[in-house]
Design a protein around this ligand. Sequence first.
Ligand SMILES: [Ca+2]
Ligand SMILES: [Ca+2]
Ligand SMILES: [Ca+2]
Ligand SMILES: [Ca+2]
Length: 496
Amino acid sequence: MLAARSHFAMVRLPSGRILALGGSTNIDNYDNRTEVLDIGLTAWSSASPMPTAHIVAGHAVLLNTGKVLVAGGHRNSIPAAAHLYDEATDTWSATANPPSLNRHSAQMTLLPDGRVLYSAGYSGAFGGPTFASAEIYDPATNLWTATGSLATPRLGHGAVLLTTGPHAGQVLVCGGVDRVTLVDTATCERFDPNTDLWLPAPSMGGPHALFTLTPLMDGRLLAAGGQVTFATNRTTAEVFDPVSGSWTPVPNMAVPRARHTATLMPDGGVLVAGGVTASADIVGTPSVERFDPGTNTWMAVGALTTGRGNHDAVSLPGGRVLLAGGTGSSAAEKFASTEIFTPDTDGDGVLNHVDNCPTIANPGQANYDGDAQGDACDPDDDNDGVADATDNCPATPLGQAVDSLGCTPGQGLPYLQGLIAGYGLPGGTANSLNAPLNQALAILTDPNPSNDDAACGKLTAFMNQVNAKEANGQLTAAQAAELRDVAQAIWTFLGC
Ligand SMILES: [Ca+2]
Ligand SMILES: [Ca+2]
Ligand SMILES: [Ca+2]
Ligand SMILES: [Ca+2]
């Protein structure tokens, strides 16, 4: 980006460009600058600045009209304001009236009818007050109006439209913290846009504040991480099923985090990235974990190049995710840097987290020995201890002992015959070389192991044939040496 930003927001514009707006350039300096990333993801360029500086994490939403609504997130001393961005003209305009309160750390949720629910938050002043009130913006009238209040004041909560279950079309608000009492809550409430009323909803298993509440593709919601009274951070996660109306705990994340991002991927997984992880509000982790909604499990999926918290993330085509800005190791360290998470690095259609060779295209995922590495990147496909590069028999039956060239005797003898066939020798010459090999093979593959010693005599006969044919010029020195090396390996393996 052109500017270092934390506590900001990115919005995908109707054109596909990405708008980054507002945020904090240092601990107490709110920003009105905006910038746009082109569709090719090559460069950021300045866009028209917001009329007022905003911290806009959670305070920006793309309307169905194509305009971007931004509200609140000011310093306590600045009156509430809301503005609309029009990409076509790169201009900002104020809404017809301002919101009733300057809300900070509130949430905007797009309703099915195109209106926006703007819920709770706090005044922006250290120590509160924290709000239970909510209001609605209607693009049709360009007006803000008051709506019902929540039962519990909260900031840093989650607010998601339900798409399944008996309350589909309503907004579920969960968690958050009270800036006055510093108590974080596990409670949830739901907002019915048809009646403007808030109604009770099942509480989470534990409190989450400054966390992520992410809709899954099947309509369930994933709550992940969060902060404990602005101090330590959580690893806990749980899933809400709107059909049964119940929360279910899922395994903890590997890394405690709050103020992270959670992005729904096209395959249904959720990419949870970065976040503040230590007891401080600021220090970002590079950890990235993927939640699998099929198994309700977490898997580490690489790391950010930079530890980030208070950053933002936005989906890109192809399942990629743009991660940008945020705080690093101190309050003063703000990032302008961006990075892109690619779920399929080698482009073979198999996502990295399940790809047995994530950096080598192998769409078939062939994996002879069934270990963690596919044949395309496994240095020893048949796991016989002989590297592919020097293994004459790369598909040895699993678990069988081999000679120094990677072959069982049952493979090594036919390998020798293949070499002989490749030399294009006269029929009589080839036959006299093959005859003792056929005899050795018959001895080794018959059902009587007690006669295997006799194979040594046949190998001796073969060696004598090779030496004689080299002496009379029927084999070149190189051919004879090659045949002797392979025969010697079998000889040694058999303990002749
Ligand atoms: Ca791949
Ligand atoms: Ca393998
Ligand atoms: Ca091998
Ligand atoms: Ca082998």
